[in-house]
Design a binder for this molecule. Sequence first.
Ligand code: NAD
Length: 424
Amino acid sequence: MSEKLSFVTPTANSPWGTYLSQVDRVVPYLGPLARWVETLKRPKRALIVDVPIEMDDGTIAHFEGYRVQHNMSRGPGKGGVRFHPDVTLEEVMALSAWMTIKTAAVNLPYGGAKGGIRVDPKKLSLQELEKVTRRYTSEIGIIIGPHTDIPAPDVNTNAQIMAWMMDTYSMNVGGTATGVVTGKPLHLGGSLGRVKATGRGVFVTGREAARRLGLDLRGARIAVQGFGNVGSVAAELFAEAGAKIVAVQDHTGTIVNDKGLDLAQLVPISRTDGVVGFKAGGDIVPNEDFWDIACDILIPAALEGQLTADRAKKTTAKLVLEGANGPTVPQADDILAERGVLVVPDVICNAGGVTVSYFEWVQDFSSFFWDEDEINVRLDRIMMNALNQIWDTADKHKITLRTATYAVACERILMARQERGLYP
Ligand code: NAD
């Protein structure tokens, strides 16, 4: 008897459409909790804000910003902020929903939220970037807070932007509120290990998946799409474990080297010139060639919707590690499953970032900070426990790891919903 949402028209492969189909697949495993499932198909709250700033040349520019709180049944909203020219309300809705599933999958006491601004930050000066960040933070300030909704970095946002967000929120409430965002600089309540946490989680879950597949990481061939915070750190950790990074793609193009790319040189060059800046270390090939490169492990770590049905048919990988959120469209998921390619889904594979964000938030409240070893040990333990539980569920029901992750997470979320009851 519920009405369809009027403000979004998802298609089969759009981010929100992808999310809805992932939820539909889990319904048979929810038992009596299935009566609450509609709550997962609509965001609790979605805010659209105008972000006007005065540009360096004196003109006034307006940008569209969003903050979506998908579900808060298990705790405050948690999720990053993305600055990208293609950001839409629908995309932010899907990303917020994936945060709900992710925080529940690793059993953190959070709900799911996400934010974004439709802006190309590469076209802004540093001053303009700060103005956009501060005005956006002020506009969404009515719904975020250390106990209500805690933003973090995502695509094109970083520790400096988190520092501006923390400062703006703090100025508005009249006291330093470090716990309002995570991913902050270390001396402003940030946590050791946060920058590398997502890439590390991709590595930890990937290493375990490879072990279960009988795939030796030494000499394994890996292709990585997206060479930012997530992709580059995961690549470095796999290379340290003996794997060869044979192809890397970012927004500037694709570079391949059959013998393995030299990451010590590629990583710093990619930060300024993109991966194509490392021409001396490999061959630049057309972007579409990335998807059928001979590899054992494929790590999509850029944006959603990249692993399409056609690309799923082509890939030679035995294992896909979803560093990005929502990189695989549902049809591609089915093709990979039919072809026997194991997919470690985003909602567990890239949960390392939100897990250390949780550690950061806890440390901010207690004003007591842990050393990096302690962070990494706790991170690895949480990731491995979550993955093992999900794997058991997958084995029990003979379902994919994605559906198993949704089964574990949705049960926790909907149980919380049922026990809290409906207000009023
Ligand atoms: P980032 O901004 O550091 O890096 C993004 C990378 O993707 C860059 O290398 C960029 O060049 C590349 N890219 C952008 N558009 C591309 C395109 N069309 N084709 C190929 N490459 C392209 O972002 P990030 O933090 O590494 O995030 C990457 C993904 O991981 C996103 O889906 C994000 O939501 C997800 N994620 C990030 C975190 C985190 O802690 N940063 C946590 C969980 C999930």
